[in-house]
Every structure is written in C-alpha cells, then in structure tokens.
Design a protein around this ligand. Sequence first.
Ligand SMILES: [Zn+2]
Length: 78
Amino acid sequence: MCDEADIANDQVELNRMAAIEACRQRPGIIPKGSCWFCDEGLPLGQKFCDRDCAADFEAEQAAMVRNGRSAGHELSVD
Ligand SMILES: [Zn+2]
C-alpha cells in the first residue's frame, strides 16, 4: 500500500467538504445583477455591494428563519 494514495483521497474529501460547506452558508443566493440586501445595481457576478450589505442580509435571513420557526412553534402549541 502506498501512503500517497491515502493522502490524495484525504485531499479530495477535504475539497468536497469545503464545497458542501460553501453551499450551506448561502443557500439559494446567486448573483442577480443587484444587491440582495439594498437592491442597488451591481456588476455581473456580484451578490452584495460590500461586506456590510452581505452581513446585514445574512442577519436578516437568520432572523427570518428564527421568526418563522418560533411563529410556527407557537401556532402548533396554541
Ligand atoms: Zn447593498
């Protein structure tokens, strides 16, 4: 057995995990020609004007998910 083969397999696995992780962080967010947060026009391939908009958008998304879950939970309890 050759150790190099194991190392190569580990590398492939790491790359795959990184790709999955990258998808998980921004589900469904693709460049649409304008900022996802403030709708300002952007060059192709860009999703946000700057890091502030990206951070605000993610905070908003996280809040919506939390609100949605807690609202559904309250309804089912009631
Ligand atoms: Zn923006």
